[in-house]
Design a protein around this ligand. Structure first.
Ligand SMILES: O=c1ccn([C@@H]2O[C@H](COP(=O)(O)OP(=O)(O)O[C@H]3O[C@H](CO)[C@@H](O)[C@H](O)[C@H]3O)[C@@H](O)[C@H]2O)c(=O)[nH]1
Length: 490
C-alpha cells in the first residue's frame, strides 16, 4: 500500500482578504507538490470555503469550534465581512481563544499518524500564537503573509514601537527600518494613530507580532525582485528566512467560486469592455470590505464624470450604512448620475462585487483606482496596470508609499476614509495618470516593467526557474531539513 501523503496544515484569519490568498496558496502547492493539505477554520467559514474548493482538489477542510457570542460579538459572527470596523479587533482577540482547540487538533493529527507530526503549519499573520503551538509540538511553522514585504515591514515596525508618539512633529522615521524613509502621521491607519500602547489593538499586536520569532520563517505573496527592502527587514529583524513566492493568485476559474456573487454578468462586462478603446477605462474598487464616506462618494462621482474617462466603479453603501444592504444611487450619487453615464455608455456601476481579475486583464483597462490591498496590487501589476492609491486601513498606506516612491507605478489620490476630498483634485489626478502626460506614460512603462519581473519570477521549466519558484523550493527544503533532523534524533 502506498504511504499516505505528508500533510500541510493551513490556517488563515477569518476574513475574505486572508482566506482568498491562503486558498490560492493551497491550490498552488497542491498543483506543484505531492502533499495533502488540511485547511482549518471556524464552522461558518468552512461551510463557505467548501463551495470554493474546485471539484478536482483534494484539500481537506477541518472545523475548529468557535462561538462568537462568547466573545461579546453578535451571534454567528465568524468573518470580518459582516462586522463594522470597531468590532474587528474583538474578532481578533476572540481568535486567540482558538489556541487550545488548535493545539488539540494538531495533537490528534499526530496521534492518528502514529506519532508523525504534520509536515508543517502555515498560518496567518494575525495568528502568531500558532507558531508557539508548533514549537511546543515540534512542527515546522511558517507565517504566510498575503501582504507585501515593504507594507508589512512598516506595519510590524510601527506597531512594535509606535514611533509617532515620540516626536513633536507630524513626521517620523521607523527606528529599525530607516530605509523606508519618512512617514507622515496621516499615513497611519486609525488603529495605529489612536493607539497608546494599552488600547485593545496595541495589546493584541504586542502579543501577536513578537510571537513570530517562534516561527521558522515567513512566506510572502510577493516578488523578491521588487520587494527586497521589506523582505530584508524581516530577515534581519527575526533572523528567519523570508521566502518571496508570489504572486500566488486564484485562477479565473477558481475565483468564481470564492468571494461573492458578482453584481454583474461577466459576459455583459466583457462585451462592454470590448466596445472601449485600448487603455481607456478606469477601474474603481476598494477591496473585499471597504467603502468610503457619503461626501467622498459624491465627490468621486463628480470627478469620474468630469474627467470624461470611461470607468467601471464597484459601489457599496457608504460608511455608516450596512455595507451589504441595497445601494441607493438616487440618495448617494449626484442627481441623474446613473442615467447619464448609462446613456453616454461611459460608465458602469457594479453593485458590491465585480469579477476583478477579468476586468484588470482586459486591454481596455488603463488604470486602477484602488485602496491598495495587496491582492489588488498584485492583480493590477500582474497585468501591467498602474494605480491611483486611496489607502483606508491596515498596511495599505505603506503599500501606496512603496508603489509611488519605490516602484513609480502609483499616484496617491486620497488618503484615508475620513478626509475631505475635492472632485477637482481627484479629476486632475485621474487625468494625470490616464492621459498622454509624461507622468502617465512613465507609469504605464514602469507597470509593464513590473509585469515583466513577475513573469520572470514565476517562470517554471525549460531549464529556468524564476525567483518565486526557487523560493517555494527553498521553503520545502527547509521543511524537509527539519523533518529529517527530527527523524535522526536518537
Ligand atoms: O469587487 C470585488 C472586490 C474584491 N475582489 C477581490 O477581493 C480581493 C481583495 O483583496 P485586497 O485587495 O487585498 O483587499 P482586502 O480584502 O481589503 O485585503 C486585506 O488583506 C490584504 C492582504 O493581506 C491586505 O493587503 C489589506 O490591507 C487587507 O485589507 C482581491 O483578490 C480582489 O480581486 C473582487 O474579486 N471583486
Amino acid at each position: 500500500m502506498a504511504e499516505p501523503k505528508e500533510n500541510i496544515v493551513m490556517f488563515p484569519f477569518m476574513a475574505q482578504g486572508h482566506i482568498i490568498p491562503f486558498l490560492a496558496l493551497a491550490l498552488h502547492i497542491e498543483q506543484r507538490k505531492n502533499y495533502s493539505i488540511t485547511f482549518v477554520n471556524t464552522p461558518l467559514n468552512i461551510k463557505k470555503i467548501k463551495s470554493s474548493i474546485p471539484p478536482n482538489s483534494s484539500i481537506k477542510l477541518l472545523e475548529i469550534p468557535f462561538n462568537s457570542s462568547n466573545h461579546g460579538l453578535p451571534p454567528n459572527t465568524e468573518n470580518t465581512d459582516i462586522l463594522p470596523y470597531p468590532l474587528i479587533i474583538k474578532l481578533l482577540h476572540a481568535s486567540t481563544s482558538l489556541k487550545p482547540a488548535f493545539k488539540t487538533l494538531i495533537e490528534d493529527m499526530i496521534e492518528e499518524q502514529e506519532g508523525k507530526p504534520p509536515l508543517c503549519i502555515i498560518a496567518d499573520i494575525f495568528f502568531g500564537w500558532t507558531a508557539t503551538v508548533a514549537k511546543e509540538l515540534g512542527v515546522f511553522h511558517a507565517v504566510f503573509s498575503g501582504a507585501g514585504g515593504f507594507g508589512l515591514a512598516c506595519y510590524y515596525s510601527v506597531w512594535l514601537s509606535l514611533p509617532h508618539r515620540d516626536v513633536d512633529s507630524d513626521e517620523f522615521e521607523l527606528p529599525d527600518f530607516k530605509e523606508a524613509s519618512r512617514f507622515h502621521v496621516s499615513q497611519l491607519p486609525l488603529s495605529i494613530s489612536e493607539a497608546d500602547g494599552s488600547d485593545s489593538w496595541s495589546v493584541f499586536q504586542r502579543m501577536n507580532l513578537p510571537a513570530w520569532v517562534d516561527s521558522n520563517g515567513i512566506l510572502f505573496n510577493t516578488v523578491e525582485g521588487f520587494d527586497q527592502l521589506g523582505l530584508d527587514y524581516f530577515r534581519k529583524k527575526l533572523g528567519r528566512p523570508a521566502w518571496a513566492i508570489g504572486p500566488v493568485l486564484m485562477s479565473v476559474d477558481n475565483r468564481t467560486r470564492v468571494g461573492k456573487q458578482a453584481g454583474i454578468s461577466p459576459d455583459f462586462l466583457k462585451e462592454w469592455l470590448d466596445t472601449k478603446p485600448e487603455n481607456s477605462v478606469l477601474y474603481v474598487s476598494f477591496g473585499s470590505n471597504n467603502t468610503i464616506s457619503s461626501s467622498q462618494m459624491m465627490q468621486l462621482a463628480m470627478a469620474l464624470e468630469g474627467s470624461g474617462k470611461n470607468f467601471i466603479w464597484v459601489v457599496r453603501p457608504p460608511i455608516g450604512f450596512d455595507i451589504n444592504s441595497e445601494f441607493k444611487a438616487e440618495e448617494w450619487l449626484p442627481e441623474g448620475f446613473e442615467e447619464r453615464i448609462k446613456d453616454s455608455g461611459r460608465g458602469l456601476l457594479v453593485h458590491s462585487w465585480a469579477p476583478q481579475v477579468e476586468i484588470l486583464s482586459h486591454k481596455s483597462v488603463c488604470a486602477f483606482l484602488s485602496h491598495c490591498g495587496w491582492n489588488s496590487v498584485l492583480e493590477a501589476l500582474n497585468n501591467g496596470v498602474p494605480l491611483l492609491g486611496w489607502a483606508m486601513a491596515g498596511e495599505q498606506f505603506f503599500n501606496v508609499k512603496f508603489l509611488e516612491e519605490e516602484l513609480g507605478v502609483c499616484v496617491e489620490i486620497v488618503r484615508g476614509k475620513t478626509c475631505e476630498v475635492r472632485y477637482e483634485d481627484m479629476k486632475a489626478k485621474i487625468e494625470l495618470v490616464m492621459s498622454e502626460t509624461e507622468k502617465g506614460k512613465e507609469m504605464r512603462r514602469k507597470a509593464k516593467e513590473v509585469k515583466g519581473m513577475i513573469k520572470n519570477a514565476t517562470r517554471d521549466g525549460y531549464g529556468f526557474e524564476g525567483s518565486s519558484v526557487e523560493a517555494l523550493d527553498a521553503f520545502f527544503k527547509a521543511v524537509m531539513l527539519k523533518r529529517d533532523g527530527a527523524n535522526h534524533k536518537p
